[in-house]
Ligand binder design. Structure first.
Ligand code: CP3
Length: 340
């Protein structure tokens, strides 16, 4: 039973640092591209057997310590009666910016939120047989709202920021509903066997600190607190949000994941003891080849104390990432363990 990742997330000592990669099941893998040539992305997500196959692809190839379930940030929103297509990112036919529609959003119960995801977790759990920890995930309310309100990915998500300014109470109602949905979805995933959960807040950094603390933070806190009752370690990932760090530091979570812009060693000195830190090699470095990747990994290991550190990228792996670079990264982490 490989419990390196769950131990490190609880800031307990391990024989070496655990390593996994955000978006590790994806287009940089030839076997994923081969399967994807025969199925649309939506089909892969909707079929628990196929989603389980994809989840395990990186585990069969690399000795990783975590397997993250294959799904999308937007998988749960069909439970809200909203259709999302992928081109390649999420696209809605009609952005959700109408107050009446926001107020009328349903509140799906447990069991009714992307049930294919817990179904896939059950299959993976069986097939993983303890080789790696199984990770569930959900979107943070603000990052799901970004796509819902804007209708698609757009730099800065101005439609969401406009809604937050024009209708702060309605924005809070939307965030509260999404927070409850993500909490229920994560509890379903934990029941299905997730050993840890990650909350992706990819677009956390769009607001200034004071507005974020007032409007957004309470809904992250309630999500984390509800999920915390299940007793598995939680990881909160904030992307491109260094200005929010003073407000993020006291969130009720076992672990934080930061993007490559953040100085992890400085964060280690700032965050209270007993909070694990995950990250944060720049995904673009992998495209510079295995030598550059190995050097960046070694540099991170040298700067960052091992206790409570989970090695990962600072954001999702890019489709261009060479397999040899992933191998070099994982090997550098394993080699440090072998030396000590
Ligand atoms: O980590 C994993 O391996 C699990 C799979 C996973 C996917 N999406 C599969 C995916 C996870 C954890 C996500 C989360 C996700 N989705 C986030 C948060 C994490 C992050 O990267 O910031 C976000 C913002 C999305 C939204 C999304 N989905 C975008 C912007 C895109 C297109 C661009 C891209 O990176 O591919 C997607 C599509 C998507 N989600 C793909 C995959 C493998 C590519 C689909 C394809 O095969 O064409």
């Amino acid at each position: 039973m490989n419990d390196r990742l769950t131990r490190a997330l609880r800031s307990e000592p391990t024989d070496r640092r655990p390593v996994w990669l955000m978006r590790q099941a994806g287009r940089y893998l030839p076997e994923y591209r081969e399967l994807r040539a025969r199925h649309r992305f939506e089909e892969l997500c909707a079929d628990p057997e196929l989603a389980a196959d994809v989840t395990l692809m990186p585990i069969e190839r690399f000795p990783l310590d975590g397997a993250i379930i294959f799904a999308d940030l937007m998988s749960p929103v069909s439970a809200l009666g909203i259709d999302v297509r992928f081109d390649p990112g999420p696209v809605l036919d009609t952005p959700l910016d109408d107050p009446a529609r926001i107020r009328a959003l349903p509140e799906p119960e447990r069991g009714a939120i992307a049930p294919e995801v817990p179904a896939a977790l059950r299959i993976v759990r069986e097939r993983l047989a303890g080789r790696a920890a199984l990770l569930g995930f959900a979107g943070a309310p603000w990052s799901i709202a970004a796509y819902l309100v804007q209708g698609r990915g757009r730099s800065g998500f101005p439609a969401l920021r406009t809604l937050a300014a024009r209708e702060p109470e309605l924005t809070e109602e939307l965030l509260a509903k999404l927070s409850r949905m993500s909490a229920r979805f994560l509890l379903d995933q934990i029941d299905a066997g997730a050993d840890a959960v990650q909350i992706f807040d990819t677009w956390a950094g769009l607001l200034p600190l004071a507005t974020w603390e007032r409007l957004v933070k309470p809904h992250i806190v309630s999500l984390l607190e509800t999920v915390g009752s299940a007793g598995v370690p939680r990881i909160y990932f904030a992307q491109d949000a260094p200005h929010l760090l003073p407000g993020i530091a006291d969130l009720p979570t076992e672990a934080f994941s930061f993007d490559w812009r953040v100085d992890l060693a400085a964060m280690r000195r700032t965050l209270p003891e007993g909070r694990a830190i995950q990250g944060n090699i720049d995904p673009a470095i992998l495209s510079a080849g295995p030598e550059a990747t190995k050097a960046a990994t070694r540099q991170l290991l040298a700067r960052m104390p091992a206790l409570g550190h989970v090695v990962n990228l600072g954001h999702g792996i890019m489709p261009e990432a060479p397999i040899a670079s992933v191998e070099a990264l994982v090997r550098a982490v394993h080699d440090e363990g072998a030396e000590s």
